[in-house]
Design a protein around this ligand. Structure first.
Ligand code: NI
Length: 388
């Protein structure tokens, strides 16, 4: 099962969809135009069922195979949303919307899954049902969680689910994967320190929150260096430090710190949350200040299931003609995690070649990767539900 010839024929059409999505980026759940075009195309292909409004603006398409002797159902997922970023590629198909761009390649993911859906509708060379899932709001909104909360898995009886992301730095036509924890849990925190503001020339009459917050920032470094097992992974980054004053002669009453926490295991996540709260409160208390912690748990760890990881890697190897490399976990987040909490499945990375990294304003999806991605999506259906 190398790259399917049909995708070489469909490449111009799929590329045109991809570039149309790229020119018209939409954020989070507001992917109305994108979802509308996805649904229209799916209906045109002859999907047996197309349902919109799953997880607010998600789209689900159902394709029945030539036969269905075992009642098997395989789900394939792509994300549709873009990022709040000003594009600088200068490409002819660059974003037409100021301050928004497809800087993560979700335009490519959506186009490739549409290409696979078109092929699967034409051929139906499998025994069972393929469900194509187009989700909104991967970039922080939890669109995958919302689609699951709408009962998607049970409604279509999905037994296994597979997803994919492009990866700059990996050669086009190659794939990478790992079993187990693959993408990190992504939490965020806000620490508000309350002291006693006053004149900068009379520090002894104040409780200087800038100094307190500086101690908190330094002490937070010990979560990774002193609290978590060195063989386990954690990131604690303070990314914002805002005092309540911009003057040269005022000691501010409050300081707000913000940051992110990335972990790959539940116990490490709980430990980090507990330590951040204790460090903030105890450090503040030592200086006579008070700390308030707001800790928001984001996406959970995305865990690839062992058996399904093998299936995904085997199809990728057949498509690429080279072995699928095993890579270390990434500390980024991925809300496909919610789908993998509900059903067995796997998530794979596909090479995007030597491009700028995702979330960079110079990034662009490489259209020459389209036949590989389409072949992998379609190949997963044909391999997991071989024609009777
Ligand atoms: Ni992405």
């Amino acid at each position: 099962m190398p790259v399917k010839n049909r995708f070489a024929e469909l490449l111009p059409e799929i590329t045109a969809w991809r570039r149309d999505f790229h020119e018209n980026p939409e954020l989070l759940f507001e992917v109305h135009r994108t979802a509308g075009k996805v649904a229209e195309l799916l209906r045109g292909f002859g999907c047996d069922e197309v349902v919109t409004g799953i997880g607010r603006t998600g789209v689900v398409g159902v394709i029945r195979g030539r036969t269905d002797t075992a009642g098997r159902v395989v789900g394939l997922r792509a994300d549709m949303d873009a990022l709040p970023l000003q594009e600088i590629t200068g490409a002819p198909h660059a974003s037409k919307v100021a301050g928004r761009m497809h800087a993560c390649g979700h335009d490519g993911h959506t186009a490739m899954l549409l290409g696979a859906a078109k092929y699967l509708c034409e051929t139906r060379n499998f025994d069972g049902t393929a469900v194509v899932i187009f989700q909104p709001a991967e970039e922080g909104g939890g669109g995958g969680r919302e689609m699951c909360a709408d009962g998607m898995m049970a409604r279509w009886n999905i037994a296994e689910v597979y997803g994919m992301h492009n990866m700059p730095g990996l050669p086009v036509g190659t794939f990478a994967i790992r079993p187990g924890p693959f993408f990190a849990a992504t939490d965020q925190f806000t620490i508000t320190l309350e002291g006693k503001g006053g004149h900068a020339a009379k520090p002894h009459e104040t409780i200087d929150t800038t100094v307190v917050a500086s101690h908190v920032v330094l002490a937070l470094q010990t979560v990774a260096s002193r609290n978590v097992d060195p063989l386990k992974s954690v990131v604690v980054s303070v990314t914002s430090f805002r005092t309540g004053s911009e003057a040269y002669n005022i000691i501010p009453q409050t300081v707000e710190l913000r940051g992110t926490v990335r972990t790959l295991e539940a116990e490490v996540r709980t430990l980090a949350e507990e330590r951040i709260g204790r460090i903030a409160r105890a450090t503040a208390e030592a200086f006579g200040a008070v700390a308030h912690l707001r800790y928001d748990r984001g996406y959970p760890v995305m865990v690839n299931h062992d058996r399904e990881t093998v299936h995904a890697a085997e199809v990728a190897r057949a498509v690429a003609g080279t072995p699928t490399r095993e890579v270390p976990p990434l500390m980024g987040g991925e809300d496909f995690a919610y789908m993998l909490e509900e059903r067995p499945g796997a998530y794979i990375l596909m090479g995007n070649g030597d491009t700028a990294m995702v979330h960079n304003p110079a990034y662009d999806f490489d259209d020459s990767a389209i036949p590989f991605g389409c072949s992998w999506f379609a190949g997963m259906v044909e391999a997991r539900m071989p024609a009777a």
